[in-house]
Design a protein around this ligand. Structure first.
Ligand code: 3PG
Length: 213
């Protein structure tokens, strides 16, 4: 398969951060997503880690047309189909299998697959993916690892995710092969519990102001 630029990349021009979200209620999902989008982060990764995840994807996609709703923790082809049908415009997986690579083609949804090593990145490239999630970013070598991959694999672009905060994000975004970072720090659990949507909006605004290198 020829390597095509990811349509997701085009949506990320001025977006430095994709919030990684674990929603426990549709009501929280709507409020948090609204705060994130209002704060300047329109790309959202709603992970399939809770029973309400699919319903949340559907509700947010419907209520916030200005958001680009994606699904995270997608592990199977069946989930790819389910999240597409729920209204997700992209899917994120922690790793990549051949089944998932083939399934993404058939499902007609953009997949951002996770890799953590040079061999995994090469396998993803062979399957046609040039925009990859680097996961788990901090545990898998962080900024030095991505700097090292840039030498032999400069054609790849990354969204590092895993263990990143606002300070670390700046260091990743300064790299030429990093387009954006993913992270859950913009939605602290205690802010959701307190229904403090204003705090989440402020964290989103702070993240949206991060500059790309
Ligand atoms: C994940 O999929 O869990 C993401 O990597 C989020 O990681 P974080 O909670 O460390 O930002």
């Amino acid at each position: 398969m020829p390597n095509q630029p990811s349509p997701l990349l085009e949506r990320l021009v001025n977006v430095p951060v994709i919030p990684v979200l674990e929603y426990h209620s549709v009501d929280d999902a709507l409020h948090v997503s609204e705060a994130l989008v209002a704060g300047g982060l329109p790309l959202l990764e709603i992970t399939l880690r809770t029973p309400v995840a699919l319903e949340a994807i559907q509700a947010v996609a419907k209520a916030l047309p200005q958001a680009v709703v994606g699904a995270g923790t997608v592990l199977t082809v069946e989930q790819l189909h389910a999240v597409r049908d729920a209204g997700a415009q992209f899917a994120v997986s922690p790793g990549l299998t051949q089944k998932l690579a083939d399934g993404a083609q058939g499902a007609g949804i953009t997949l951002l697959p996770g890799v953590a090593t040079a061999s995994e990145a090469m396998a993803a490239l062979e399957s046609g993916f040039t925009f990859l999630k680097f996961f788990p970013a901090e545990a898998a070598g962080g900024v030095p690892m991505l700097k090292s991959l840039y030498g032999p694999l400069a054609q790849l672009k990354f969204c590092p995710t895993g263990g990143i905060d606002i300070v670390k994000a700046q260091h990743y975004l300064a790299l030429p092969n990093v387009v954006c970072v993913g992270g859950s720090w913009v939605v602290p659990k205690d802010a959701v519990a307190a229904k403090d949507w204003g705090r989440i909006r402020k964290l989103a605004e702070e993240a949206a102001r991060l500059c790309k290198g």
